[in-house]
Design a binder for this molecule. Sequence first.
Ligand SMILES: *Cc1c(COP(=O)(O)O)cnc(C)c1O
Length: 401
Amino acid sequence: MTQFRCIDNCLQIGGVPLTTLATDMGDRAFYAYDRSVILKQLDKLRQELPTGIHLHYAMKANPMPEVVNFLAQHCDGLDVASGGELEVALASGIDPKLISMAGPGKSESELALAIKHGITINMESEGEMARIAVLAESLEMRPRVAIRVNPDFELKASGMKMAGGPKPFGVDAERVPQMLRDLAELPLEFTGFHIFCGSQNLRGDAIIEAQTNTFELAFRLARHAPTPVKSLNIGGGLGVPYFPGESRIELSGVSENLEAQLQRAKQELPDAEIVMELGRYLVAEAGVYVSRVVDKKVSRGETFLITNGGLHHHLAASGNFGQVIRKNYPVCIGNRVVSDQHELVNIVGPLCTPLDILADKMSLPVAEIGDLIVIFQSGAYGYSASPHNFLSHPAPGEIFV
Ligand SMILES: *Cc1c(COP(=O)(O)O)cnc(C)c1O
């Protein structure tokens, strides 16, 4: 992968040889995130996207406090999806006005925490609005609220659809006008709309279409708003390439269309800040997951590298995080990046389940026990999206370099 250097045949993360990081982490498998790669990705976005776009970080992609603190300094805001994430976001020292909270099923204590700190709550239902109004009265505060809209269109060709049709997320677009009328009677400060269509999209044309529809919908709904829209969160959706044949998304068309939408928004929503919230796009490529070869064996003609890490640390790379067909993430042998001797191997973890696969029939440099297996594109939905307790092996380490 092109985002990391290789010196003396050893992968470098944040300028540190992988072998050094591995020694520091002891016997554990671990995740390492390279801050310079995150920064480059952000710089690229800021260069390519129109200047009026505010970039927020969706923390659930990688909630490691060091990563969040770093992005709190370099992004324009944070989006949290739980009370736990909110605690980490607040601890970063960011202005709470720049934090928003989304997610269905927010508990009373999560809502109360959000209200006390004055963060924006993206309301996911009419019932949630009623609960917030009750809390507002008992806390004697005026919560900042936006409506998360479940749009009447879909993001095409998306890895993960989050909108259109019946969904647990947001309020159906056709019910939003009534909700806005009800909101006007409550002790709530209306800030705007949040319209998030889906995740992991690599097709510029699909994103352009969804973004155009998103602005269109926001313009329509704004006519029913009790006060001017101050913020329109158009979601994210930008994907990263994980599998063979995928390539990085082409942003120039997306950017051109956004510029045109921003011009229209100046007329239709003159007070609104336009926000994009991105998770994986900011952090996925900056992360690697590293495990060590513990055993090497041959079974009926196939070679297996067995490592001290696997599905319990990196569910997505094992193909069990929502994928329909299992495909290999990009992999290298971190201490033996290039070699003139290759072999076909299966890389598996130590779990007693056939699901524990990190790479299936991959051609890699001939590896030995003790070598470091690197899974690229692992900075998002890795550590925190994996079932560490399954089989009671040690949890992976995490390091921000
Ligand atoms: C998960 C999520 C995101 C981030 O999605 P990515 O694919 O990681 O960019 C953004 N907004 C909301 C509301 C989410 O739930």
